[in-house]
Design a protein around this ligand. Structure first.
Ligand code: HEC
Ligand code: HEC
Length: 162
């Protein structure tokens, strides 16, 4: 009884410390990856026309830089922007880029979907699922992560299309 009470009290104190930012909770890497950062309206406006606005924390700064320097040849499409906008986006994206261990290595083709963590998180998704007409590409996060346009990749909101 006493022990139960104690554990409840210490859990309460712990959550209090977490809430006020003294204790950094041992969050899973993916929680930090999808960490919601204050959205730059220009990013939402310019980079969410063809796919969701991918969270900045999902790629390292080097990948974002390369990507922004190659917008006229953007994965087979032309996503050119004026230099001032490119500069503004680059500042914001590299500022919030992923820095922790599993994200800091630039993935092949600077694709989130080629990152080791991405492949591991999705190892239960079958080849047939990736090819569904409603999915088409692993880059099409919103096909399954229904709240990903709001930066929310929580498992609770995953619906695999049939
Ligand atoms: C004209 C349409 C268009 C615009 C605008 C656009 N993209 Fe893309 N983007 C694409 C296409 C097409 C792909 C490849 C998708 C696929 O492989 O299924 C892509 C892929 C990506 C990927 C890699 C996704 C993966 O496979 O992990 C990133 C990162 C990305 N875009 C970032 C951006 C950023 C940042 C901007 C804004 C500067 C932007 N995109 C604007 C069309 C666009
Ligand atoms: C075909 C459906 C599908 C697509 C498309 C997809 N995912 Fe996922 N995603 C899943 C499934 C299923 C899981 C595993 C959930 C679990 O482990 O219970 C997952 C897990 C994740 C996780 C870990 C979530 C957690 O809370 O553990 C992240 C982060 C994630 N996906 C990001 C992405 C990103 C970013 C994209 C697009 C570039 C994407 N996913 C595209 C189905 C998908």
């Amino acid at each position: 009884m006493t022990r139960l009470l104690f554990s409840n009290v210490s859990r309460f104190i712990f959550s209090l410390l977490v809430a006020i930012g003294i204790v950094a909770p041992a969050m899973a890497d993916n929680d930090r990856r999808a960490q919601q950062v204050p959205m730059l309206p220009k990013y939402q406006h310019e980079c969410a026309a063809c796919h969701i606005a991918y969270p900045p924390g999902m790629l390292p700064a080097a990948s974002w830089e390369r990507l922004l320097n190659n917008l006229p040849r953007h994965y087979g499409t032309d996503a050119s922007l004026d230099p001032a906008t490119v500069k503004q986006l680059a500042t914001w994206l590299t500022n919030y880029a992923g820095t922790y261990t599993r994200v800091k290595e630039a993935p092949a083709e600077d694709r989130i979907t080629r990152s080791a963590w991405f492949i591991r998180e999705h190892d239960e998704v079958s080849a047939a699922t990736w090819k569904l007409p409603a999915v088409k590409s692993a880059a099409n996060c919103i096909a399954c992560h229904t709240q990903s346009d709001k930066g929310d990749f929580n498992e609770r909101h995953i619906r695999i299309p049939r």
